[in-house]
Design a protein around this ligand. Structure first.
Ligand SMILES: [Zn+2]
Ligand SMILES: [Zn+2]
Length: 123
């Protein structure tokens, strides 16, 4: 299910990103403002996701967007929020876990408890 939005694209020949300002996509607009010039799309090493200024890694996407694309088929799929280690440690302490996280034995026990409660069988 893809929704095709007919938004105007960047005026740079070959660039298919959405137009953001002055007839340019965000990447080209930023390039113009920073460097006073724009690079042709074939020399553009930026991720092809609109607004993403990361360096292209594979298939025209940066590593994060490429990973999204590989996992979900949608490069713009919201990346999984990664908690910082400090946040994780805080949460672990909150529920009485060691800083290094639940042990395999604890996880196994929780799974058993959840199944017993019917919480683990949510469809
Ligand atoms: Zn562009
Ligand atoms: Zn990207």
């Amino acid at each position: 299910m893809t929704t095709t939005l007919t938004r105007p694209t960047c005026t740079i020949k070959g660039c298919t990103r959405n137009r953001k300002a002055k007839g340019l996509c965000n990447n080209h607009y930023q390039q113009l403002r920073r460097a006073g010039r724009v690079t042709a799309p074939e020399k553009d090493t930026h991720c092809s996701v609109d607004g993403c200024t990361n360096t292209r890694t594979a298939r025209g996407y940066c590593l994060g967007h490429y990973t999204n694309w590989k996992r979900t088929g949608n490069p713009e799929h919201a990346p999984v929020q990664q908690l910082s280690r400090d946040e994780l440690v805080y949460l672990r302490r909150l529920v009485g876990l060691p800083d290094t996280g639940p042990t395999a034995e604890q996880i196994a026990r929780w799974r058993a408890e959840e199944t017993a409660d019917g919480l683990g069988v949510a469809s």
